[in-house]
Write a protein that binds this ligand. Structure first.
Ligand code: HGY
Ligand code: MN
Ligand code: MN
Length: 402
C-alpha cells in the first residue's frame, strides 16, 4: 500500500539530517541523497509508476494513462549545506501524494502524469544551479559540465560514474514537446503568503540571478612584523567589496550575498596570499543584475588598486529572468473554494525556470512558510498547509490532464 504524505514525510526526515544543527546535508551523489533516490524509486514502484531515468540521474515516474505529451510535476531531493527539510522534497512528496489522491477520487487522466526528480538543483556540490535540469533540457551540454568539480576536486563525471550512472553517450531527454506541462510545488522562500493570509500561491516569475567567483590576490606576510602601511592584504579588499555589495544592493532594492569565503593559507598569524569569495546576486531584471554586478566589480577593483592587490570576478552560474506563462498561471490560480490563489514573484531559482526557458510550459505552486526562512534548519511548513498543497497540486494536475 503506497504511503500517504505524512508517512512519506516521516520516512525521509532522518535522511542526511545533522545531529548538531538539525539541518540537512543531502549533496548530490552522496550517501544521503542516494538514499533518497532509492526511496523515490521504491515509492514509485509501490504506486506502479513506470520509472524513466536519464543518464544524469534525473527521474520521471509515469502514471501511464490516455495519450499525448504528459503533465510532469516534481522538484528536487538535494539540499544546500545545512539546509531545510522542505526546499525540494516537499515538491516530490506532494507529487507522489497528489497521484494517490487523484486515484482515490477515481480520476482517469486523459494524458500521462509524471512525478519527477532533478538532481543537483542547488548547485551546492558542483557549483552550477539546476545542473540536473540544465543537462536534461540541453541547456548545458554534457561536455561543458562533466569536468565541474566539488570542493575536494572530485569531478562530476567521476562522481556520477561512482554512483553507477551510465555516461557512455548521454543525451538531453527533455526537449520542448517531450512533455506538455511542468508544475513544481515548492515551499515558499519568503513571507508573501503569510502576509496575505494564504496557504497556496502561484509563481508569476523568477528574478534573474547569478553566482560569481571573486578572486583577490595579495602578498602573504607576517601578521606581527608587517607594518599596516606595508601590507597588500586581500582580506581588506574582500571586506570593502562585501560592504560595497551590501550597500548597492540595499540602495537598489536588490539582493547581494557573500555566504562562502576561502582564504589561503588560512593562518591566524599571517596576512593571507589569496581570498576567494562567492557573490550571489539577484535582481528584478537582467539589466539590473548586470548593473549591480558591474558596480560591485568596479568598486572592488578600485579598492584592490588602493590595497596593492588584484581582483577578478568570474561568473559561475547565471540564470536569466523567467516570466511564467501568465495564462497558465491564471488557469491554475482561479476558481477555488478558498478563492483565487495569489500570483507572486520569487527571488529563488528553480528547475521550473530552466524548463520554462527551454519552451516547456511551466508553473509553480507555493506552500506557506510561517517564518519565510529557507536554506536554514529553521525552514518550516505546517502540516495543514502541506496537505492543502497536496489538494492544490491534485486539483492542478486534474485541470491540466483532463
Ligand atoms: O538558490 C536558489 O535560488 C534555489 O534555492 N536553488
Ligand atoms: Mn534552494
Ligand atoms: Mn528548491
Amino acid at each position: 500500500m503506497p504511503d500517504h504524505f505524512e508517512e512519506m514525510w516521516r520516512a525521509i526526515a532522518p535522511v542526511g539530517r545533522s545531529q548538531r544543527s538539525g539541518g540537512y546535508f543531502r549533496q548530490p551523489l552522496t550517501d544521503a541523497e542516494r538514499e533518497l533516490d532509492s526511496w523515490f524509486v521504491e515509492q514509485a514502484g509501490a504506486r506502479g509508476l513506470r520509472l524513466e531515468s536519464d543518464p544524469f540521474g534525473n527521474r520521471i515516474a509515469w502514471w501511464d494513462s490516455g495519450s499525448g505529451p504528459g503533465v510532469v510535476t516534481g522538484s528536487h531531493l538535494d539540499s544546500v549545506l545545512d539546509g531545510g527539510a522542505y526546499d525540494g522534497p516537499l515538491g516530490v512528496v506532494t507529487a507522489l501524494a497528489a497521484v494517490e489522491v487523484l486515484r482515490e477520487r477515481g480520476f482517469r487522466p486523459a494524458r500521462p502524469i509524471g512525478v519527477s526528480v532533478f538532481v543537483e538543483e542547488e548547485g551546492s556540490r558542483f557549483g552550477l544551479a539546476c545542473l540536473g535540469s540544465r543537462l536534461a533540457t540541453g541547456t548545458i551540454a554534457w561536455e561543458n559540465a562533466r569536468d565541474l568539480s566539488d570542493r575536494d576536486g572530485v569531478r562530476l563525471d567521476d562522481a556520477m560514474a561512482a554512483a553507477g550512472l551510465d555516461l557512455e553517450n548521454p543525451q538531453p531527454w527533455l526537449g520542448s514537446g517531450a512533455i506538455g506541462w511542468f508544475v513544481e510545488l515548492h515551499v515558499e522562500q519568503g513571507r508573501d503568503l503569510v502576509d496575505r493570509g494564504a496557504a497556496i500561491g502561484v509563481a508569476s516569475r523568477i528574478w534573474p540571478h547569478g553566482r560569481y567567483r571573486v578572486e583577490i590576490s595579495g602578498e602573504p606576510n607576517h601578521a606581527g612584523t608587517t607594518r599596516m602601511e606595508d601590507r597588500r592584504d586581500p582580506m581588506l579588499t574582500y571586506a570593502m567589496t562585501a560592504l560595497a555589495a551590501n550597500k548597492h544592493a540595499r540602495l537598489a532594492g536588490q539582493r547581494a550575498t557573500f555566504g562562502r569565503v576561502e582564504t589561503t593559507p588560512n593562518s591566524t598569524n599571517s596576512v593571507p596570499s589569496q581570498v576567494t569569495a562567492w557573490l550571489d546576486a539577484r535582481c528584478e531584471s537582467d539589466e539590473a543584475l548586470a548593473a549591480l554586478v558591474g558596480t560591485i566589480t568596479r568598486q572592488g577593483a578600485e579598492r584592490a588598486a588602493r590595497d596593492g592587490t588584484t581582483l577578478t570576478v568570474t561568473a559561475e552560474s547565471v540564470s536569466g529572468a523567467v516570466d511564467f506563462d501568465p495564462d497558465l498561471a491564471r488557469r491554475i490560480a482561479v476558481d477555488h473554494e478558498s478563492g483565487d490563489w495569489p500570483v507572486l514573484p520569487t527571488q529563488a531559482g528553480h528547475d521550473a525556470g530552466i524548463l520554462s526557458a527551454r519552451g516547456i510550459p511551466s508553473a509553480m505552486l507555493f506552500v506557506r512558510n510561517p517564518s519565510g526562512i529557507s536554506h536554514s534548519p529553521a525552514e518550516h511548513a505546517e502540516v495543514p498547509d502541506c496537505l492543502a498543497g497536496v489538494d492544490a497540486l491534485a486539483e492542478t494536475l486534474a485541470r491540466l490532464a483532463s
